[in-house]
Design a protein around this ligand. Structure first.
Ligand code: HEC
Ligand code: HEC
Length: 315
């Protein structure tokens, strides 16, 4: 009920019709509903390196088949290209029935809650749940710690980083230290916010203007262009029939690389996602041209990880 009331408030507070909104022609982060992705925080390099190693280590899963990286590939989009998560080459059960689309780990550290339903307030709680989830790693952190302790090289790396052998708290601390560095600054949109007027084309700026004037930014806003509110999905018309009705508004950072879309992965293209959003969340039917402009804007939200642009994953 609370979420419904929030939706009503937001819709009531919407910006006036399109023509009355002056076009944004200059950058300036202070007046915009979206703020730039900051550079990755300075962290202890030993904890970060250990966290990255753990992120790729299948010993965190019961059967030794899943690592975090199996579903969240940081060489592509921090997720996968599949509608539902499965590790390559095996038939492990999905995390839910029906399964939820894999969210990207990129910039997750900047969202106020984690997971589609926002069930976790911290990266550590989310990581522990991933390790315990029967549809995913199906283990527990203490079991993972004893497996890792039996590996002298791994145990040595824990001693170097934490002054003791692997345990639950340090495994979660190392993993989340690494996750906090998974930020993707430097998108063209963020460069525009930083004052580089040439970073966006006229069409992209027009797309951003529509994004604000239609009210997309009433839900998709803040540093992650989402990730800071709960909302009902399907306010005016049905969006997704199965799964949760109230979700954390997803981040649109790197969204051009994270198809398919929605919690059931039912929108194959960004065009489809944008026109279904407008209908379901704003009761608005968009022209193809408006969809094209909004998509042009969304494509400017692709940032860089370790200096290279985030790219899409193969389906
Ligand atoms: C079998 C595939 C799979 C594995 C393995 C996996 N995840 Fe995930 N991850 C998902 C799915 C699916 C979601 C969305 C789940 C949901 O919303 O309930 C998700 C969500 C997340 C999120 C939330 C992102 C956001 O924007 O809220 C983070 C962070 C994350 N995973 C990190 C990890 C870490 C760290 C590990 C390893 C300890 C891991 N995942 C292992 C599939 C996986
Ligand atoms: C009332 C809040 C609200 C408004 C307004 C809104 N959205 Fe959304 N948006 C959501 C929610 C909630 C979801 C997640 C739906 C789901 O899968 O359950 C979402 C999902 C999306 C996605 C898919 C993201 C992904 O990774 O799966 C895109 C793209 C998107 N919105 C773009 C837009 C655009 C463009 C507009 C304006 C035309 C808009 N949204 C307006 C709440 C909103």
């Amino acid at each position: 009920m609370l979420a419904v009331a929030i939706v009503a408030d937001i819709l009531a507070a919407q910006t006036p019709p399109v023509l009355e909104v002056p076009p944004q022609i200059r950058g300036g982060a202070d007046q915009e509903p979206i703020t730039p992705i900051p550079p990755p925080p300075a962290v202890d390099p030993r904890k970060r390196a250990l966290g990255e190693r753990l992120y790729n280590d299948v010993r965190l899963s019961a059967k030794g088949i899943f690592a975090c990286a199996s579903c969240h590939d940081i060489s592509t989009n921090g997720a996968s290209g599949r509608a539902a998560s499965k590790s390559p080459g095996n038939d492990a059960p999905a995390n839910r029935n029906p399964p939820l689309n894999t969210l990207s780990v990129f910039n997750a550290a900047l969202s106020f809650r984690l997971d589609w339903e926002g069930r976790h307030r911290t990266l550590a709680s989310q990581a522990e749940a991933s390790i315990e989830n029967p549809g995913s790693m199906d283990s527990d952190v203490a079991t993972a710690a004893s497996k890792l302790a039996a590996d002298p090289d791994m145990a040595g790396q824990f001693f170097a980083a934490y002054g003791r052998g692997p345990d639950r708290d340090d495994i979660l601390d190392a993993l989340t230290t690494f996750e906090r560095t998974l930020l993707t600054p430097g998108s063209r949109f963020d460069r525009w916010l930083g004052g580089d007027a040439a970073a966006l084309s006229a069409d992209e700026l027009e797309g951003y203007r529509l994004f604000k004037s239609f009210g997309c930014s009433s839900c998709h806003q803040g540093v992650n262009v989402g990730g800071n509110l709960f909302q009902r999905q399907g306010v005016f018309r049905q969006l997704v029939a199965t799964g949760p009705k109230v979700v954390r508004v997803p981040s649109l950072r790197n969204v051009a690389t994270t198809s398919p879309y929605f919690h059931d992965g039912s929108a194959a293209t960004l065009e489809d996602a944008v026109s279904r959003m407008a209908a379901a969340q704003l009761d608005r039917t968009l022209t193809d041209q408006q969809v094209g402009l909004l998509v042009a804007f969304l494509k400017t939200l692709t940032g860089n990880y370790r200096g290279s642009p985030v790219v899409g994953a193969a389906p």
